[in-house]
Write a protein that binds this ligand. Structure first.
Ligand SMILES: Cc1cc2nc3c(=O)[nH]c(=O)nc-3n(C[C@H](O)[C@H](O)[C@H](O)COP(=O)(O)OP(=O)(O)OC[C@H]3O[C@@H](n4cnc5c(N)ncnc54)[C@H](O)[C@@H]3O)c2cc1C
Length: 452
C-alpha cells in the first residue's frame, strides 16, 4: 500500500530544507515527506575549513530538527524510481509514496573526468560526509603530498587547507588563471603570487594526462606538459575539483524537459510536467542579466529558488529573476568576491565591454590594519549598464559584491552607480574621497568618454 503525502520532496540540501520550511510556514496543514539518504545534511561551504582543522568536523552537520520540528516527515532513503504519470515515487526501502506535488531538489554531484586512474582509491572528490571524512583521514594519517586538480573556489580553498596542514600541495588547472568563473586575469595575478608565496605548486594552463597506479592507488600524476608528480600511494592523495553535474539520472519522462546541466524550470520553478517543481543545483536556468542559460550551482541560488517554489506551491505567485551569481571565497589572506559576468564571459556572450578599476584601502589609510582593496566594474559599453563586479582585498568583500549585485539587479548604469551615496568612518570604511566602487565606475566612464 502506498504512503500518501501532499508534497514529496526528494533531497535534503539547502533547496529541500528551505522549500519545506517555507511551505510549512505558509500552509501548515500541507503534509510534506522528505527523502534524504545521508546521515546528515551538511554545510558544504565549510568543508574545506573542517579539513583544515579550524573546528570539529561535526560542526558542518545540520540538525534534522530543521525540518522535523516544522512537521516534515523525514525518511532516510533514496528515491529509486519515479512514476510521474501515476504520481508515485519508490524509495530504496521499497516504500511507494503517492504525492500531489513533487519537489525535486537532488542537487549536483562532483564530476569525475575520464582521466586514466581517476577511479583509483586515493582519488577523492569533495561533497559528501564520506568525502570529507576520507580526506580528513588521509591528512591525519600523515599524508605528505596532495594534488588538487581544478582551481575554482572549492579547489583553491582545499589547496589552502592541505598546505596549512603542512602537506606539499600541488594545484593543477587547465585554465590559465585561478577562479576563472569569478575574476579576470588582471584580478587573479595577486592570487597567483600569494599561492606561490605560501608554497603551493601552482601549474596553470596544463591538464592532467593520466594517473599511474600501484594496487589501484595513484603513484604518479602525469601532466600534459610532460611533468610528473610522484606520490606515496599508501598515504598521499589526489582530489578532483573540476565541477559539478546535476543529479538527475532518475528523472526521465518524454515530456520532462532536461538540459545537460539540469532540469529546465520556468521562473516559478515549475518543470515541464504538471505539479512537478525543482530548484537548486539540479536546475538549468538563465542569467538575469541577458536571459541566456548560465551555470549557477551555488547555495545562494538554491535557497531563493526554493523559496519561490514553495510560495507557488502554496498558491502565492512568485518569480525568480535568474542568476546573478554573487559569490565569495578566500585565498590565504585575500578575500575575493565577484558578481555578474567577468569581462571575459561578457565578451563571450556578445557584449562590448568597458571596465574600470578602483583601488583604495579597506579603512582610512592611516588606521591600523588598513589594507589595499581593489574593485573592478564591468559594464556594457553601448548602454553603460553595469553587468559585473570583482572585489579583492584582505577584508571581507561580500558587502561590496552585494552592493554591485543590487546595482546589476536594478539595471543601473555606470553613471548611476558612480553616484552611489555611501558612508565613511575611519575604522569601518574606505576614505571618503576614495570609495572604490565609485572610483571604478568613474574610471570606466572616463574610458567611455575617451572612446566616444
Ligand atoms: C565543498 C563545497 C563548498 C561550497 N561552498 C559554497 C559557498 O561558499 N557558497 C555557496 O553559495 N555555495 C557553495 N557550495 C555549493 C552549495 O553547497 C550548493 O549550491 C548547494 O548545496 C545546492 O543545494 P541543493 O539543495 O540544490 O543540492 P545539494 O545540497 O546537493 O542537496 C541535494 C540533496 O539531494 C539528495 N539526493 C540526491 N539524489 C537523491 C535521491 N535519488 N533520493 C533522495 N535524495 C537524493 C542528496 O543526498 C542531498 O540531500 C559549495 C559546495 C561544496 C561541495
Amino acid at each position: 500500500m502506498a504512503t500518501e503525502t501532499d508534497v514529496l520532496v526528494i533531497g535534503g540540501g539547502p533547496a529541500g530544507i528551505t522549500f519545506s520550511r517555507v511551505l510549512k510556514k505558509l500552509r501548515s496543514e500541507t503534509s510534506i515527506t522528505m527523502l534524504r539518504p545521508e546521515e546528515y545534511s551538511m554545510v558544504y561551504c565549510a568543508i574545506p575549513y573542517a579539513i583544515e582543522g579550524l573546528f570539529e568536523h561535526e560542526k558542518v552537520y545540520k540538525k534534522d530538527s530543521l525540518v522535523t520540528d516544522v512537521g516534515v516527515d523525514l525518511v532516510r532513503t533514496h528515491a529509486v524510481n519515479v512514476d510521474f504519470d501515476n504520481k508515485e515515487v519508490t524509495d530504496s526501502a521499497g516504500t511507494v509514496f503517492r504525492y500531489e506535488t513533487l519537489f525535486i531538489a537532488t542537487g549536483a554531484v562532483p564530476v569525475r573526468p575520464p582521466i586514466p586512474g581517476a577511479d583509483a582509491r586515493n582519488v577523492f572528490t569533495i561533497k559528501t560526509q564520506e568525502d570529507m571524512l576520507a580526506l580528513i583521514a588521509r591528512v591525519e594519517a600523515q599524508a605528505k603530498k596532495a594534488v588538487v586538480i581544478g582551481a575554482g573556489a572549492i579547489g583553491v580553498e582545499q589547496a589552502q587547507a592541505y598546505r596549512e596542514k603542512g602537506l606539499e600541495t600541488h594545484l593543477v588547472y587547465i585554465a590559465t588563471r585561478v577562479l576563472p568563473n569569478m575574476i579576470d586575469e588582471d584580478m587573479a595575478t595577486p592570487l597567483h603570487k600569494v599561492l606561490a608565496e605560501k608554497g603551493i605548486n601552482l601549474t596553470l594552463g596544463v591538464g592532467v594526462e593520466r594517473m599511474e597506479t600501484v594496487e589501484n592507488q595513484v603513484s604518479r600524476v602525469r601532466l600534459a606538459n610532460g611533468d610528473a608528480i610522484d606520490l606515496d600511494p599508501e598515504r598521499d592523495f589526489v582530489c578532483l575539483s573540476v565541477g559539478m553535474k546535476p543529479d538527475i539520472a532518475l528523472f526521465e519522462h518524454p515530456r520532462l524537459e532536461l538540459e545537460h546541466d539540469g532540469i529546465v524550470v520556468d521562473a516559478r520553478m515549475r518543470t515541464s510536467l504538471p505539479n512537478v517543481y525543482a530548484a537548486g543545483d539540479n536546475c538549468h536556468f538563465q542569467s538575469a542579466i541577458d536571459g541566456k542559460p548560465i551555470g549557477g550551482k551555488l547555495a545562494t541560488n538554491a535557497v531563493p529558488m526554493a523559496k519561490v517554489a514553495a510560495r507557488n506551491v502554496a498558491g502565492i505567485a512568485d518569480e525568480y529573476p535568474g542568476f546573478f551569481n554573487g559569490a565569495a571565497t578566500c585565498t590565504f589572506q585575500y578575500r575575493v568576491g565577484a558578481t555578474g559576468f567577468t569581462e571575459e564571459l561578457a565578451r563571450q556572450r556578445g557584449f562590448q565591454t568597458v571596465s574600470g578599476h578602483g583601488s583604495t584601502t579597506s579603512l582610512f589609510p592611516m588606521m591600523p590594519g588598513a589594507t589595499e582593496l581593489k574593485v573592478k566594474i564591468v559594464a556594457d559599453a553601448q548602454s553603460g549598464r553595469v553587468i559585473g563586479g570583482q572585489v579583492l582585498g584582505e577584508t571581507p568583500t561580500a558587502d561590496k559584491v552585494d552592493t554591485i549585485t543590487l546595482a546589476i539587479q536594478q539595471s543601473l548604469t555606470l553613471k548611476q552607480l558612480a553616484k552611489l551615496s555611501y558612508s565613511a568612518q575611519p575604522w569601518q570604511t574606505f576614505f571618503p574621497a576614495r570609495n572604490a566602487i565609485v572610483e571604478a565606475c568613474e574610471n570606466a566612464l572616463g574610458l567611455l568618454t575617451k572612446q566616444a
